[in-house]
Write a protein of this length. Structure first.
Length: 241
């Protein structure tokens, strides 16, 4: 087994690597793309299926809403996930604001999107934190002791980390290169890693999560963040919710 904090060179040999699960942060439910998706007049395929009784797969809707960043996250997670044999599914789970962890393919319907809109990403919000913590605990019991859980999402504040870290401890990792870069850059890095079949370096959450000399985001830990609140812009791309 390689050290997760050391660079991985070339293609990873899955047979010699620990099991690995990915948790993907959600897309913002505000902005132009959200209005396009939810417009009753929209006629493109993703919007039509979103309005259907069957809904649209959550990863497809979030890829439309978030564009490059979520497309990078889902492509990377699918490529490098190594779920244990006893765990059903692809090893890729999406964090939601009201339904905990959901697998890719989970249908996003009008009613479910409305529930997500009403539930802020706030560790003090039981509708968000309760299901996420409960599902994380169930997932932990399903994983081998050496399995890694990689968070593809914000680690600069406590909105995900404060819930997930007490559950997974040192098994919770994040891509080291995410520190100090914006979402568009992250999406590009993830897609490049998939094209080159080169897995990124991961770090545990006990390392600095901000680039030296760069101030952390202005919001304090656990500040209430509405899923409909516009994402704050950075020089290198929009920041996720």
């Amino acid at each position: 087994m390689h050290d997760a904090r050391s660079p991985v060179v070339g293609t990873v040999n899955a047979a010699d690597s620990p099991s690995q699960i990915f948790l993907l942060s959600p897309a913002s439910l505000s902005g132009t793309r959200a209005r396009q998706l939810t417009s009753p007049d929209a006629r493109f395929d993703t919007a039509l299926r979103y309005r259907s009784p069957e809904g649209v797969p959550v990863e497809e809707a979030f890829a439309f809403l978030s564009s490059l960043y979520f497309r990078g996250k889902i492509a990377y997670a699918r490529h490098f996930a190594r779920p244990p044999a006893q765990l059903p599914g692809s090893g890729v789970l999406v964090i939601t604001t009201a339904f905990g962890l959901v697998p890719e393919g989970w249908p996003l319907t009008l009613d479910r999107l409305e529930a997500l809109r009403r539930s802020p990403i706030d560790v003090r919000n039981p509708d968000y934190a309760g299901p996420l913590r409960e599902h994380a605990l169930v997932l932990r019991e399903s994983l081998p002791d050496d399995a890694r859980v990689v968070l593809l999402g914000s680690i600069a504040t406590g909105k995900y980390v404060d819930i997930l870290l007490p559950v997974f401890g040192d098994r919770l990792r994040f891509p080291s290169c995410f520190v100090g870069i914006g979402d568009m850059s992250r999406g590009s890095v993830l897609l490049k890693a998939v094209r080159e079949d080169r897995e990124l370096e991961y770090s545990t959450l006990d390392v600095p999560r901000h680039r030296p000399g760069i101030r952390s985001p202005a919001e304090p830990r656990s500040r209430e963040i509405s899923p409909t609140e516009p994402a704050t812009a950075s020089r290198r791309g929009r920041r996720e919710p």
